[in-house]
Design a binder for this molecule. Structure first.
Ligand code: SF4
Length: 281
């Protein structure tokens, strides 16, 4: 069966850590690396697409197995044959590798070792410098030295970070991410992350019970962006996502996509606050 952009089945090729996804953003194949096969995350976002999500951290990572799985999939000959058999024409190209799992990747104690391993294999198979490694993270653990070591390693191999920031208020983070971290600490982590590796803010904007984010939420977000720009925090920009896939959380029936005009107006305001924006609807 050919892959579609809606297919995010982590078990598709029968591996524990490695899974293929067609990316709607990149128009090609993204090789995902899931360090959370236990479906454990320290946040619970209302829009989370992980069925059976549980609270917790990544389990101990079997680095030998991860290396074997990556070797089996990243070898250009194997990859080419697999793409020809499974991906539609026009998408038979490896666009990126993504540390994006069924939970928070940086909660794995082996996170820096995993980054180092991926970098080594990308070099060996000729993907280094051509195919970026993207870490998709909720950013909540950046204060830990181990995570910072992994981020520095990521930067060394030409990687980048998509850092989740859905709200700039404590209440908003609680309501959207079930996170008690607080907006101040999330901001601190974002600044630290951007100092270590090329960092994009990744923001989900959605309607809840038919209502868009409040004027106060929107103003707080824009204030945050203005402050970060004023302080010259080296952010790459904002990836603004609309609600496009099924949530597996109890709040699913409350969620819906915002109108295109709302998203474009918000993107306009973020740009006016000083950061480039890419919208995915
Ligand atoms: S941070 Fe990601 S994996 Fe964790 S609950 Fe949110 S969307 Fe799901």
């Amino acid at each position: 069966m050919e892959l579609t952009t809606a297919d995010h089945d982590r078990g598709r090729i029968g591996k524990t850590y490695v899974y293929p996804v067609l990316s709607r953003r990149a128009r090609g194949l993204s090789v995902g690396i899931n360090l959370n096969p236990n479906k454990a995350c320290n946040w619970r976002c209302v829009y989370c697409q992980v069925p059976g999500l549980v609270a917790g951290n990544a389990p101990k990572i079997d680095l030998e197995r991860l290396e074997r799985e990556l070797r089996e999939f990243l070898d250009p000959k194997v990859l080419g044959a697999w793409l020809a058999a499974n991906a539609p024409e026009g998408s038979r190209v490896l666009r990126d590798l993504a540390l994006s799992g069924d939970g928070e990747s940086t909660s794995a104690a082996e996170f820096p070792d995993v980054v180092e391993l991926i970098g080594r294999l990308m070099l060996e198979f000729g993907h280094a410098g051509r195919v970026p490694l993207t870490l998709i993270t909720n950013g909540s653990l950046v204060q830990h030295p181990l995570v910072q070591a992994g981020l520095a390693g990521l930067a060394r191999i030409g990687g980048r970070v998509w850092f989740k920031l859905d709200s700039a208020t404590d209440e908003g983070m609680q309501a959207l991410n079930s996170s008690a971290l607080g907006a101040g600490k999330q901001r601190r982590n974002l600044v630290a992350c951007a100092a270590l590796a090329p960092t994009w803010i990744q923001t989900m904007a959605l309607a809840r019970n038919g209502l868009p984010p409040s004027a106060a939420e929107r103003a707080a977000y824009l204030d945050l962006v203005r402050g970060l720009v004023r302080e010259r925090v080296p952010l790459k920009g904002v990836l603004l996502y609309g609600f496009a896939r099924t949530s597996y959380q109890p709040e699913a029936s409350e969620l819906s996509a915002l109108p295109r005009e709302w998203m474009e107006q918000f993107a306009f305001e973020i740009r006016a606050a000083g950061l480039p924006v890419e919208i995915s609807l």
